[in-house]
Ligand binder design. Sequence first.
Ligand SMILES: [Zn+2]
Length: 442
Amino acid sequence: MSCMRLDPHSYTDSGQPQTRDIDLALRADFQHRMLEGEITLRFREPGGGAIDLDSRELRIDAVAALDGALLRYELAAAEPILGARLRVTLPAGARGLRIRYRTSPTASALQWLEPSQTAGKEPFLFSQCQPIHARSLAPLQDTPRIRITVGRARFKVPSRLRTLMAAAAKGREDAGGSEAVDLFEMPQPIPPYLLAFAVGDLERRELSARAAVWSERAVVDAAAYEFAEAEEMIRAAEKLFGPYEWDRYDILVMPPSFPYGGMENPRLTFVTPSVLVGDRSLVSVIAHEAAHAWTGNLVTNANANHFWLNEGFTVYAERRILEALEGRESAELHAAAGWHDLQVTLERFAARPQLTCLRTDLRGIDPDEAYSSVPYEKGYLLLRKLEETVGRPAWDAFLRSYLGRFRFQSITTDQFLEFLETELPGVAARAGALEYIDGPGV
Ligand SMILES: [Zn+2]
């Protein structure tokens, strides 16, 4: 048995049982700003002994085997970046475990909004788990290496509100009183950072047979207008990268306090309301998040050191989609703006050149602190260089076989390079790929 940490930002140990599937049953308590309930972890293979889970600011109430027998556990002191290791002692042959817990009002994955912070008159709750905040939502193996499906997720919420999850909706049950339970399942295996949900006064407008836009009631018509071309975008992406593997493509327009332009939660992209400009001009934000359905969500970085595999590929894919929809000039304009962003970042990181390599070593560094345009724009430059080195037809064939080879897997930079060498021998060397990957700056 080898015992090894798989990820510098997780307590997950490769010698221990690995999670394959989870259930969630959570009640959203808006008054106390906490989720309370239960997570069930089911393992890939039965195992025994210690299992180390990631957690942050969670209160653990009980840990049990799947048959209900209580298990011994130990919650270590919190480490500033990783959070607190939760070590559970499993009986031999355990197939999973169950944990009763509650989140903290300051959980880093959750934002609880007052009605005054929304477009309407109701409160709003949403999650943002990337890069390492899923552990503040539930105790689990919080590394993209370990992909999980969700057998059943149950969110008990005030019945006048609605839960949306980045998953397949399975209906609503009356929970008595003024509460209801929204049900979901997620059949495609995802890295835990793609667990996502929102609760609010949400309404929907259909965009196509598989796409819809959701938002707070007050802005839903503006949102439907802005994103009318979502289906066209998915089709353009399918032509370039192969079939869309996630069934539905919905967009959720968030309240203004959403901290990003967009977040590529599977089946349900979260976007900032600042894209509602009324002229469909911010199509690149949706092109980017839609492209993640292939690059990032289907083929995922194994850990934050390889984040460029998510974002460099996605910026490249985004600009190919824009080129298909709007022409070469539009894509080049975005590339020029990206080049400018990159120069600004390189100046900002002048004293930390190691953070301007594509492959980073983030041991002891919070991935939120290392976040910059480098993996996005320098990653784009490398992929564009590779395209120019072999020519577009050969490069496009490579991209499709790369996405097919590693679909629903989480990989490292070396795995990408090995596959590139197998498919297109000598091209990495001709393009100077390692200088981009392990060299600082551009
Ligand atoms: Zn992205």
